[in-house]
Design a protein around this ligand. Structure first.
Ligand SMILES: Nc1ccn([C@@H]2O[C@H](COP(=O)(O)O)[C@@H](O)[C@H]2O)c(=O)n1
Ligand SMILES: C[C@@]1(CO)OP(=O)(O)OP(=O)(O)OC[C@H]1O
Length: 159
């Protein structure tokens, strides 16, 4: 049996707007996240976790920010690519765990919808998907509400 662990980390800054997209869920907020794509920081961290477990580089290698094709793209495209790459290499995803770091918006009320959305994209039962959040106690750039950070881990298993 081949068991792999990967981790991912991403940050996106806030800009003027009225909602954020986190783990595929549109959450009303006083600002939006800035990015070349839809800036779904949670989905980017999870995508990198899967690429990491496969030793397949990072999201920017597969989807260069310099490529206009990905401007405004739904981050589901990136996560789907990573999950299909894992499958093509003979791996199934064991579990995933995403932590969103922000003061606002509050993630708790949306965590279940986010887990369901990730489940749909990567084809994994929701019980193997964790989405959670923490503040940084008002410290640092997330504490000053300048942006949102996300950390993710994923396990991949080949029998
Ligand atoms: N954006 C956030 C941040 C936190 N939560 C929930 O609040 C709990 C306490 O956060 P602390 O940073 O004070 O430890 C945390 O465990 C989450 O349940 C949230 O929903 N959204
Ligand atoms: C997702 C990509 C796609 O161009 O762009 P961004 O939305 O800016 O996201 P980031 O995590 O900064 O970089 C990775 C890029 O691959």
């Amino acid at each position: 049996m081949d068991i792999r662990l990967g981790h991912g980390y991403d940050v996106h800054a806030f800009e003027e707007g009225d909602h954020v997209i986190l783990c595929g869920v549109r959450v009303p907020h006083s600002r939006k996240l800035k990015g070349h794509s839809d800036a779904d920081v949670g989905m980017h961290a999870l995508t990198d976790a899967i690429y990491g477990a496969l030793a397949e580089g990072d999201i920017g290698r597969h989807f260069p920010p310099s490529d206009p094709q990905w401007k405004g793209a739904a981050s589901e495209i990136f996560l789907d690519h990573a999950a299909k790459l894992a499958e093509a290499r003979g791996f199934r995803i064991g579990n995933v765990d995403v932590t969103l770091i922000c003061e606002w918006p509050k993630i708790g009320p949306h965590a279940s919808a986010m887990a369901q959305e990730l489940a749909r994209i990567i084809g994994l039962e929701p019980g193997r998907i964790s989405v959670k959040a923490t503040t940084s106690e008002r410290l640092g750039f997330t504490g000053r509400e300048e942006g949102i950070a996300a950390i993710a881990t994923a396990t991949l298993i080949a029998e």
